[in-house]
Design a protein around this ligand. Structure first.
Ligand SMILES: [Zn+2]
Length: 304
Protein backbone atom coordinates (compact mmCIF):
# COMPACT_ATOMS: atom_id res chain seq x y z
CA UNK A 1 0.00 0.00 0.00
CA UNK A 2 1.48 3.33 -0.99
CA UNK A 3 0.74 6.79 -2.24
CA UNK A 4 -2.88 7.46 -3.13
CA UNK A 5 -4.12 4.14 -1.73
CA UNK A 6 -2.56 4.92 1.63
CA UNK A 7 -3.99 8.45 1.67
CA UNK A 8 -7.40 7.06 0.75
CA UNK A 9 -7.27 4.48 3.52
CA UNK A 10 -6.21 7.09 6.04
CA UNK A 11 -9.07 9.38 5.01
CA UNK A 12 -11.64 6.58 5.08
CA UNK A 13 -10.83 5.62 8.63
CA UNK A 14 -10.89 9.26 9.75
CA UNK A 15 -14.42 9.60 8.32
CA UNK A 16 -15.53 6.32 9.93
CA UNK A 17 -13.97 7.16 13.29
CA UNK A 18 -15.56 10.62 13.32
CA UNK A 19 -18.99 9.07 12.73
CA UNK A 20 -18.35 6.45 15.42
CA UNK A 21 -17.28 9.01 18.02
CA UNK A 22 -20.25 11.24 17.18
CA UNK A 23 -22.69 8.37 17.58
CA UNK A 24 -21.07 7.23 20.83
CA UNK A 25 -21.34 10.76 22.17
CA UNK A 26 -25.07 10.81 21.37
CA UNK A 27 -25.58 7.62 23.34
CA UNK A 28 -23.43 8.52 26.33
CA UNK A 29 -20.02 7.18 25.34
CA UNK A 30 -20.72 3.69 24.02
CA UNK A 31 -22.09 1.84 21.01
CA UNK A 32 -24.32 -1.23 21.17
CA UNK A 33 -23.12 -4.36 19.42
CA UNK A 34 -25.92 -4.33 16.87
CA UNK A 35 -24.83 -0.90 15.63
CA UNK A 36 -21.20 -1.98 15.48
CA UNK A 37 -22.26 -4.91 13.35
CA UNK A 38 -24.04 -2.72 10.79
CA UNK A 39 -22.95 0.87 11.12
CA UNK A 40 -24.37 3.67 8.90
CA UNK A 41 -21.70 5.86 7.34
CA UNK A 42 -22.15 9.50 6.28
CA UNK A 43 -22.16 8.55 2.57
CA UNK A 44 -25.23 6.35 3.06
CA UNK A 45 -23.37 3.04 2.95
CA UNK A 46 -23.17 0.64 5.87
CA UNK A 47 -20.11 -1.12 7.25
CA UNK A 48 -19.43 -3.77 9.83
CA UNK A 49 -17.00 -2.24 12.33
CA UNK A 50 -16.04 -5.24 14.46
CA UNK A 51 -15.03 -8.83 14.10
CA UNK A 52 -18.06 -11.03 14.62
CA UNK A 53 -15.94 -13.97 15.75
CA UNK A 54 -13.79 -14.39 18.83
CA UNK A 55 -10.62 -12.87 17.48
CA UNK A 56 -11.09 -9.15 17.96
CA UNK A 57 -9.06 -7.97 14.95
CA UNK A 58 -11.30 -6.61 12.20
CA UNK A 59 -10.04 -6.27 8.64
CA UNK A 60 -12.95 -5.15 6.44
CA UNK A 61 -12.90 -6.14 2.81
CA UNK A 62 -11.06 -3.57 0.73
CA UNK A 63 -8.96 -2.28 3.63
CA UNK A 64 -5.20 -2.74 3.46
CA UNK A 65 -4.82 -2.63 7.24
CA UNK A 66 -6.85 -3.45 10.34
CA UNK A 67 -9.68 -0.99 11.03
CA UNK A 68 -10.54 -1.95 14.60
CA UNK A 69 -9.67 -4.14 17.55
CA UNK A 70 -11.82 -5.31 20.46
CA UNK A 71 -10.76 -5.61 24.08
CA UNK A 72 -12.76 -7.19 26.85
CA UNK A 73 -12.00 -7.99 30.49
CA UNK A 74 -13.76 -11.32 29.98
CA UNK A 75 -12.52 -11.96 26.46
CA UNK A 76 -10.58 -15.00 25.27
CA UNK A 77 -7.20 -13.18 25.17
CA UNK A 78 -5.01 -11.92 28.05
CA UNK A 79 -4.69 -8.37 26.70
CA UNK A 80 -3.46 -5.91 29.30
CA UNK A 81 -2.96 -2.18 29.75
CA UNK A 82 0.52 -1.38 30.96
CA UNK A 83 1.40 2.25 31.63
CA UNK A 84 -0.17 3.67 28.48
CA UNK A 85 0.80 0.69 26.33
CA UNK A 86 -1.77 -1.97 25.48
CA UNK A 87 -0.26 -5.43 25.03
CA UNK A 88 -2.57 -7.07 22.51
CA UNK A 89 -2.30 -10.79 21.86
CA UNK A 90 -1.92 -12.19 18.38
CA UNK A 91 -5.10 -13.72 17.10
CA UNK A 92 -4.98 -17.49 17.21
CA UNK A 93 -5.25 -19.48 14.03
CA UNK A 94 -3.13 -19.99 10.96
CA UNK A 95 0.27 -18.29 10.95
CA UNK A 96 -0.20 -14.70 9.94
CA UNK A 97 -3.93 -14.62 9.43
CA UNK A 98 -5.65 -11.47 10.63
CA UNK A 99 -2.48 -10.43 12.45
CA UNK A 100 -0.89 -9.55 9.12
CA UNK A 101 -3.13 -6.53 8.62
CA UNK A 102 -2.60 -5.31 12.18
CA UNK A 103 1.09 -5.47 11.37
CA UNK A 104 0.33 -3.47 8.20
CA UNK A 105 -1.31 -0.78 10.36
CA UNK A 106 1.97 -0.54 12.25
CA UNK A 107 4.11 -0.42 9.11
CA UNK A 108 1.96 2.24 7.45
CA UNK A 109 1.36 4.17 10.71
CA UNK A 110 -2.39 3.96 10.21
CA UNK A 111 -4.51 4.66 13.31
CA UNK A 112 -6.90 1.96 14.52
CA UNK A 113 -10.21 2.21 16.37
CA UNK A 114 -10.16 0.40 19.71
CA UNK A 115 -13.48 -0.79 21.16
CA UNK A 116 -13.40 -1.59 24.89
CA UNK A 117 -16.23 -3.67 26.29
CA UNK A 118 -17.88 -1.72 29.13
CA UNK A 119 -20.94 -3.91 29.62
CA UNK A 120 -22.65 -6.81 27.93
CA UNK A 121 -23.19 -5.76 24.33
CA UNK A 122 -21.80 -2.22 24.84
CA UNK A 123 -18.42 -0.93 23.67
CA UNK A 124 -16.61 2.33 24.29
CA UNK A 125 -14.65 3.56 21.23
CA UNK A 126 -11.13 4.96 21.55
CA UNK A 127 -9.58 6.65 18.52
CA UNK A 128 -6.88 6.99 17.44
CA UNK A 129 -4.69 4.22 18.77
CA UNK A 130 -1.42 3.25 17.11
CA UNK A 131 0.31 -0.08 16.70
CA UNK A 132 3.91 0.57 17.72
CA UNK A 133 5.37 -2.85 18.47
CA UNK A 134 5.21 -6.47 17.34
CA UNK A 135 6.83 -9.19 19.42
CA UNK A 136 6.73 -12.60 17.71
CA UNK A 137 8.27 -14.23 20.83
CA UNK A 138 5.48 -13.22 23.22
CA UNK A 139 3.05 -13.10 20.27
CA UNK A 140 1.81 -9.64 21.19
CA UNK A 141 1.36 -6.29 19.52
CA UNK A 142 1.95 -3.10 21.47
CA UNK A 143 -0.52 -0.25 20.97
CA UNK A 144 -0.38 3.32 22.30
CA UNK A 145 -2.95 6.03 22.77
CA UNK A 146 -1.13 8.88 21.09
CA UNK A 147 1.76 10.03 18.95
CA UNK A 148 3.89 11.03 21.93
CA UNK A 149 3.89 7.52 23.39
CA UNK A 150 4.40 6.11 19.92
CA UNK A 151 7.87 7.63 19.95
CA UNK A 152 8.80 5.96 23.25
CA UNK A 153 10.18 2.45 23.47
CA UNK A 154 7.91 0.98 26.15
CA UNK A 155 6.51 1.29 29.65
CA UNK A 156 9.63 -0.19 31.29
CA UNK A 157 11.88 2.63 30.17
CA UNK A 158 9.70 5.67 30.80
CA UNK A 159 10.99 8.53 32.93
CA UNK A 160 8.84 9.63 35.91
CA UNK A 161 7.46 12.52 33.85
CA UNK A 162 6.63 10.23 30.94
CA UNK A 163 4.98 7.76 33.31
CA UNK A 164 2.84 10.54 34.78
CA UNK A 165 1.89 11.63 31.26
CA UNK A 166 0.98 8.06 30.28
CA UNK A 167 -1.09 7.57 33.44
CA UNK A 168 -2.98 10.80 32.79
CA UNK A 169 -3.61 9.75 29.22
CA UNK A 170 -4.99 6.33 30.21
CA UNK A 171 -7.21 7.96 32.79
CA UNK A 172 -8.58 10.55 30.34
CA UNK A 173 -8.94 8.32 27.26
CA UNK A 174 -9.73 4.91 28.76
CA UNK A 175 -10.87 4.89 32.40
CA UNK A 176 -12.97 8.06 32.68
CA UNK A 177 -14.89 7.53 29.42
CA UNK A 178 -15.52 3.90 30.36
CA UNK A 179 -16.85 5.02 33.77
CA UNK A 180 -19.14 7.52 32.05
CA UNK A 181 -20.39 4.89 29.60
CA UNK A 182 -21.18 2.45 32.43
CA UNK A 183 -23.03 5.13 34.41
CA UNK A 184 -24.99 6.21 31.32
CA UNK A 185 -25.97 2.60 30.71
CA UNK A 186 -27.02 2.12 34.31
CA UNK A 187 -29.10 5.31 34.38
CA UNK A 188 -30.40 4.81 30.86
CA UNK A 189 -28.95 8.15 29.73
CA UNK A 190 -31.07 10.23 32.11
CA UNK A 191 -30.14 12.98 34.59
CA UNK A 192 -31.11 11.54 37.94
CA UNK A 193 -32.30 14.96 39.22
CA UNK A 194 -34.28 16.53 36.39
CA UNK A 195 -34.71 13.40 34.20
CA UNK A 196 -33.27 15.15 31.13
CA UNK A 197 -32.75 12.33 28.66
CA UNK A 198 -30.00 13.63 26.40
CA UNK A 199 -26.88 11.54 27.09
CA UNK A 200 -24.69 13.93 25.12
CA UNK A 201 -25.50 16.58 27.76
CA UNK A 202 -24.88 14.31 30.75
CA UNK A 203 -21.81 13.67 32.90
CA UNK A 204 -20.94 10.84 35.20
CA UNK A 205 -20.24 12.40 38.60
CA UNK A 206 -18.43 10.61 41.39
CA UNK A 207 -20.23 10.38 44.73
CA UNK A 208 -16.90 9.94 46.46
CA UNK A 209 -14.39 11.99 44.51
CA UNK A 210 -11.95 10.03 42.42
CA UNK A 211 -8.90 11.54 44.09
CA UNK A 212 -9.90 9.85 47.33
CA UNK A 213 -9.15 6.28 48.24
CA UNK A 214 -12.66 4.98 47.85
CA UNK A 215 -13.60 7.09 44.84
CA UNK A 216 -13.66 4.14 42.51
CA UNK A 217 -14.92 4.56 38.94
CA UNK A 218 -17.71 2.04 39.44
CA UNK A 219 -21.45 2.39 38.93
CA UNK A 220 -22.33 2.34 42.68
CA UNK A 221 -20.10 5.42 43.06
CA UNK A 222 -21.60 7.23 40.07
CA UNK A 223 -24.43 9.65 39.44
CA UNK A 224 -25.75 10.60 36.03
CA UNK A 225 -26.15 14.39 36.05
CA UNK A 226 -26.81 16.99 33.38
CA UNK A 227 -24.27 19.80 33.05
CA UNK A 228 -26.31 22.18 35.20
CA UNK A 229 -26.89 19.70 38.02
CA UNK A 230 -23.30 18.49 37.87
CA UNK A 231 -22.06 22.06 38.25
CA UNK A 232 -24.52 22.63 41.11
CA UNK A 233 -23.38 19.38 42.74
CA UNK A 234 -19.69 20.32 42.47
CA UNK A 235 -20.44 23.71 44.01
CA UNK A 236 -22.39 22.07 46.82
CA UNK A 237 -25.55 23.93 45.82
CA UNK A 238 -27.21 20.55 45.88
CA UNK A 239 -25.91 17.65 47.88
CA UNK A 240 -26.16 13.97 48.25
CA UNK A 241 -28.94 13.27 50.73
CA UNK A 242 -26.70 11.12 52.88
CA UNK A 243 -24.70 14.22 53.81
CA UNK A 244 -27.65 16.30 54.91
CA UNK A 245 -27.36 16.47 58.64
CA UNK A 246 -30.35 15.12 60.41
CA UNK A 247 -32.41 15.23 57.30
CA UNK A 248 -33.57 12.52 55.01
CA UNK A 249 -31.59 9.90 56.88
CA UNK A 250 -33.72 7.09 55.62
CA UNK A 251 -33.54 4.60 52.90
CA UNK A 252 -34.91 6.30 49.81
CA UNK A 253 -37.76 4.63 48.06
CA UNK A 254 -37.47 3.73 44.43
CA UNK A 255 -38.67 6.67 42.39
CA UNK A 256 -38.58 9.03 45.36
CA UNK A 257 -36.95 12.16 43.99
CA UNK A 258 -37.37 14.38 47.03
CA UNK A 259 -34.35 12.87 48.70
CA UNK A 260 -32.18 12.27 45.65
CA UNK A 261 -30.17 15.41 45.89
CA UNK A 262 -31.34 18.45 47.76
CA UNK A 263 -30.09 21.94 48.62
CA UNK A 264 -27.70 22.10 51.52
CA UNK A 265 -29.56 23.54 54.53
CA UNK A 266 -28.86 27.22 55.18
CA UNK A 267 -25.91 27.64 57.51
CA UNK A 268 -24.82 24.05 57.16
CA UNK A 269 -21.07 23.72 57.14
CA UNK A 270 -19.84 22.75 53.72
CA UNK A 271 -18.02 19.47 53.93
CA UNK A 272 -14.70 19.08 52.16
CA UNK A 273 -16.03 16.12 50.31
CA UNK A 274 -19.50 15.14 49.36
CA UNK A 275 -19.35 11.84 51.16
CA UNK A 276 -16.75 9.96 53.06
CA UNK A 277 -16.27 6.28 53.76
CA UNK A 278 -18.06 5.40 56.95
CA UNK A 279 -20.21 8.51 56.75
CA UNK A 280 -22.83 7.27 54.48
CA UNK A 281 -20.70 6.79 51.39
CA UNK A 282 -21.04 3.70 49.30
CA UNK A 283 -19.17 0.54 49.99
CA UNK A 284 -15.89 0.30 48.10
CA UNK A 285 -17.45 -2.26 45.87
CA UNK A 286 -20.69 -4.11 45.53
CA UNK A 287 -24.20 -2.82 46.08
CA UNK A 288 -24.83 0.68 47.32
CA UNK A 289 -25.57 1.09 51.02
CA UNK A 290 -28.93 2.28 52.18
CA UNK A 291 -27.61 5.79 52.37
CA UNK A 292 -27.02 6.04 48.67
CA UNK A 293 -29.53 8.33 47.08
CA UNK A 294 -32.59 7.23 45.23
CA UNK A 295 -30.64 8.36 42.19
CA UNK A 296 -28.50 5.35 42.70
CA UNK A 297 -31.35 3.06 43.57
CA UNK A 298 -32.96 3.87 40.25
CA UNK A 299 -29.91 2.67 38.37
CA UNK A 300 -30.47 -0.61 36.62
CA UNK A 301 -28.53 -2.66 39.14
CA UNK A 302 -25.12 -2.43 37.52
CA UNK A 303 -24.91 -4.25 34.22
CA UNK A 304 -27.70 -4.23 31.71
ZN1 LIG B 1 -30.41 17.70 35.47
Amino acid sequence: MAGDALDDERLRREVIAAAVMRRADELGGYLPWNELSDFPLPDGTRLRLVDGGRGGIWNPQGFGATLSILTSPDGPYPDREDGGFLQYSYQKGPEGGKNLKLRAAMEHRLPVIRFDKVAKGAYHPIYPVFVVGDNPITREFTLTLDEVLRALPGSQTLSPIEKAYAARLVRARVHQPAFRARVMLAYEGTCCVCTLKHPELLDAAHIIEDNQGDGDPVVPNGLSLCKIHHAAYDRLLVGHHSRLRGQNQRTPARGDRRTDVAPWPAGDARPRSRASPGEGGPARSGAPRDSLSACSSRARGGWP
